[in-house]
Design a protein around this ligand. Structure first.
Ligand SMILES: *[C@@H]1O[C@H](CO)[C@@H](O)[C@H](O)[C@H]1NC(C)=O
Ligand SMILES: *[C@@H]1O[C@H](CO)[C@@H](O)[C@H](O)[C@H]1NC(C)=O
Ligand SMILES: *[C@@H]1O[C@H](CO)[C@@H](O)[C@H](O)[C@H]1NC(C)=O
Length: 864
């Protein structure tokens, strides 16, 4: 059965691939003169997608110089166009001749880096295009920092230019000394007119004309689906579609699904693939199966935007499950106003599998100081539809130029969390910029080679894997439109219960999860009664509790208010978890920040931590299959952290007490207090202190203070041996060579004596030799001394699934090996589509007792 699914997925992938190829091919033949310019480059070059970028030199007029970036951030999707730049110290223009009647996509690529020893933080500039102001006083470096990303792409859709002459002008800002402008890449791509009119939300019958404006793309989401990169977008328009889950509000995030194979996507005459590709229409998010729950909540997304602009919100729909009118009918709200009552997709399209989009416009006013755009769906109960449910396949948000032809907003304010991190490192790594530069270089080389090794591994398998793998890597590094312009710190803006003090939580994170009052928490935990304590760690205690009138069981983590470290970890946990939703990550329900308390509320996990089922407890031992499934679940969670998000997120504290189990034994990774986003970390070298737990620490990280996702892989290797051997990662009572499980297990494995140390409960019929061999080899590779030699979390996941196959079908190794080739696709679909059942259970207990000493600071002596 499992094998059938795999085969289906292979077929499905092949079909998608072939469709994509055809689309791209035919599109290229009819699109007229696109300009794809690698700025500052003297010759033509090819990017990692195989796309050709031309030199910009023949189009530029005015003074400019060219430069190479001094280092390559590992998160750059490709060297081209980011590693070369054109620098302007005075106003200069690109002059391009374009077709006079055609709307154009204009994409500007910026990689803020050191160019010719210019200080990236002193670059502020304006960009205009034929009378429209696209950017004003723009700082690429502040923007990148606030969005925690290495590079920025700004996309605009320019109204047709009657003269046929497009002038793109870069002007250094006069209000800053020594300012300069720069750009790394420019794309000008003719596009079909995709804009018509939109209904103004909240004003009956007021229609806004989209065609007479230049627009900027703010968000473009493949709702319920995965990242679709430029290479896979339809019709050669090279757009990027991101996963919508980071923008979902609250704990209720509905269910995701994709078209069954008997449903084909059939574009009607008024919607072409240039509107959105099949990948977007063939996946969706709905509210879930329970009509009661659905009628009590709104499926809601929240976006940060600039105020004083009109936004076009484009909803992409395609019914994939139902066939009749009045089966699924819902209201669409934009910023608390009804944009569309009683939307019925089948009512509009007449048929299953037929794409459709609807535009609504809304002006975002500056009144409240809170520049957010909310989109919400709710079943139209009054229509008595057959199912109380809603549906969305894709969502785009475009900003329209204002009456003065301006599109520029202010530079975002970096979140407090990031500023703190900056300050912390500024102290440690201040000296000369040169010293900082050379240190960065070292880090970067490591990262780049790591990426290359990953590609080699993938290429070895088969073509399907190669394509999918590449895609997943893209989604790791180039993905997610940023959480746009997040987070000025929030002052009690939402409710009166929040007693006045400034919050540590960014407004976006705050918007994404629920606020609890202290009295609710006290009531739910019997005033923090000791009888409710289910765990204790360095941060404080974890209580079990009840909320919502006793109807919901939760785990409540109360930080020790005295610990300064607590503040940072509290922030990190909220910032991370509020934006990450995954079946194998513990879910944060909300938080309470009142009277100096910092309290986090999670799903309750009925079966506690993985460790308590392995040793030192009187619980019945887990079967081998259960253990394997738990490891697979945890590996999925970590794989999602490493590749599913915009940035590689490094957990930094992977251990058996941070893997929790719900009532169905589903594994959930917990405790994000130490997590860091990868590239940002490397760029600003935040890692002046080694953190983590003894026994699980990557020796390379320890030696070189260089944090990569491979550090998590190492820790996970220890977890695998812990699961197999049922003993702690460190046990000081054993003879010296046996104290560290990682070292001891490796030693036994190399001697071929692993069977001597495996959990006696597993001996006998439980593990067959093939399965054990695969599992042990995987764990061994995770513990490789050098990060580069360790597999990626994705590879670990393959291998564990393979081991599970070997357990179920011993002797079918060869069949399974072939099937394994499709696992990259399976994984991708699984990890991104799996958010279905919102689980109710979790006890985030961490750092429990015994030998896993969490040590807080290991100051880098060399860094000073
Ligand atoms: C928005 O417009 C109002 C009224 O013109 C003005 O007072 C306010 O400062 C503007 N806000 C921003 C962020 O530009
Ligand atoms: C859904 O959103 C609308 C518009 O903001 C609001 O009026 C309604 O109360 C919300 N419903 C629920 C159940 O939250
Ligand atoms: C955008 O600019 C054009 C040209 O200046 C103008 O006609 C149009 O009304 C502007 N759009 C909006 C929404 O103000």
């Amino acid at each position: 059965m499992v094998i059938n699914t795999y085969i289906y997925i292979i077929l499905f992938s092949l079909i998608l691939l072939s469709l994509n190829t055809i689309q791209v091919f035919s599109a290229n033949s009819n699109s007229s003169n696109p300009y794809i310019l690698s700025c500052g480059s003297s010759k033509d070059s090819i990017d990692s997608d195989g796309r050709k970028w031309s030199s910009d030199s023949q189009y530029i007029s005015g003074n400019s110089t060219t430069a190479k970036a001094q280092y390559q951030d590992p998160s750059l999707p490709s060297e081209v166009p980011y590693m070369s730049a054109r620098i302007f110290s005075s106003s200069s223009s690109y002059k391009l001749s374009v077709s006079p009647k055609q709307r154009l996509w204009l994409r500007l690529h910026f990689y803020p880096s050191s160019y010719n020893s210019l200080d990236k933080s002193s670059s502020y500039f304006d960009v205009t295009a034929n009378g429209f102001t696209l950017l004003k006083n723009f700082s690429a470096s502040i923007t990148a920092e606030a969005l925690t990303q290495a590079y920025i792409v700004k996309e605009f859709s320019l109204i047709p230019i009657a003269s046929g002459n497009l002038n793109i002008t870069f002007t250094p800002s006069s209000s800053h000394n020594n300012s300069f402008a720069f750009v790394n890449g420019i794309e000008v791509i003719p596009m079909p007119e995709l804009f018509q009119t939109a209904n103004m939300v909240g004003f009956d019958d007021q229609i806004i004309d989209e065609q007479s404006s230049t627009l900027q793309t703010m968000f473009r989401l493949n709702v319920g689906g995965q990242y679709v990169g430029p290479a896979n977008d339809s019709a050669g328009i090279k757009r990027t579609w991101y996963d919508d889950s980071p923008y979902l509000f609250g704990a209720a995030f509905g269910v995701t699904f994709q078209a069954e194979k008997n449903v084909s996507i059939q574009y009607p005459s008024n919607v072409s693939e240039s509107v959105a590709p099949v990948d977007v229409y063939s996946t969706a998010r709905s509210m879930g199966p329970d009509p009661k729950i659905n009628s009590n909540y709104n499926l809601t997304w929240v976006f940060q935007v600039d105020s004083n602009f009109t936004y076009v919100v484009r909803f992409h729909f395609c019914e994939l499950q139902l066939t009749k009118v009045n089966q699924r009918v819902f209201d669409i709200y934009v910023n608390n106003q009804t944009a569309q009552p009683a939307a019925d997709v089948i009512g509009w399209t007449g048929k299953i599998g037929v794409p459709l989009y609807k535009d609504y416009a809304v002006f975002v006013r500056d009144e409240t100081g809170d520049d957010e755009l909310w989109v919400a769906l709710h079943p139209t109960v009054s229509m008595k539809p057959e199912f109380y449910d809603a549906l969305l396949n894709g969502l785009e948000i475009f900003k329209m130029n204002d009456t003065r032809g301006n599109l520029a907003g202010p530079n975002p304010v970096p979140s407090q969390m990031l500023q703190d991190a900056e300050e912390a490192t500024a102290g440690a790594n201040n000296p000369s910029p040169r010293a900082g530069g050379s240190k960065n270089k070292g880090l970067v080389i490591g990262g780049v080679t790591g990426g290359a090794a990953g590609v080699v591994v993938a290429a070895a398998v088969c073509i399907v894997v190669y394509h999918r793998k590449k895609k997943s890597q893209e989604s790791g590094v180039g993905a997610w439109l940023p959480l746009y312009g997040t987070s000025t710190t929030m002052t009690s803006r939402k409710s009166g219960t929040n007693t006045g003090s400034t919050s540590h939580v960014s407004s976006l994170a705050a918007a994404l999860c629920r606020h609890f009052s202290l009295s609710e928490i006290k009531h739910g935990t019997k005033n923090f009664d000791e009888s409710q304590v289910i765990g204790v760690g360095g941060f404080g205690k974890v209580y079990k509790g009840l909320i919502d009138g006793g109807s919901m069981k939760v785990a409540i983590k109360r930080s020790n208010p005295s610990s300064e470290q607590g503040v940072n970890e509290f922030q990190t946990e909220i910032e991370m978890l509020s934006k990450l939703r995954h079946r194998h990550l513990v879910s944060l329900i909300g938080f309470c920040e009142e009277e100096g308390e910092m309290i986090l509320v999670y799903d309750y996990m009925a079966n506690g931590t993985l460790r308590e089922h392995l040793y030192k407890s009187n619980k019945p031992p887990l079967s081998w299959k259960q253990r394997l499934e738990i490891c697979i679940g945890a590996a999925r969670g970590l794989h999602y952290l490493h590749t599913g998000a915009r940035y590689t997120i490094i957990h930094r504290d992977v251990k058996t007490t941070n893997i929790l189990l719900d009532e169905n034994w589903v594994a959930k990774v917990s405790d994000f207090g130490l997590s860091k986003t990868g590239p940002n970390l490397q760029q600003t070298h935040v890692s002046t202190m080694v953190k983590g737990s003894f026994g699980y620490l990557d020796p390379e990280y320890f030696r070189r203070q260089q944090l990569t996702e491979k550090s998590d892989v190492y820790s996970f290797g220890v977890v695998l041996f812990e699961v197999l051997c049922a003993r702690p990662a460190l046990n000081a009572t054993l003879p010296k060579e046996q104290v560290s499980l990682g070292d001891w297990a490796l030693h036994c494995q190399k001697r071929g004596a692993l069977h001597e140390i495996i959990d006696p409960h597993l001996k006998g019929a439980q593990i067959n030799p093939e399965c054990l061999k695969k599992f042990a080899e995987t764990a061994e590779k995770c513990l490789s001394d050098h990060g580069l030699d360790r597999p990626s979390m994705g590879d670990v996941l393959w291998n564990l699934e393979f081991a599970l196959q070997l357990l179920d079908h011993p002797g079918e190794g060869s069949v399974v090996a072939e099937v394994r080739a499709s696992d990259a696709c399976a994984m991708h679909i699984a990890t991104l589509g799996i958010e279905e059942e919102s689980s109710t259970a979790s006890v985030p207990v961490d750092g429990l007792t015994d030998s896993s000493v969490v040590f807080s600071q290991f100051v880098n002596q060399q860094g000073r």
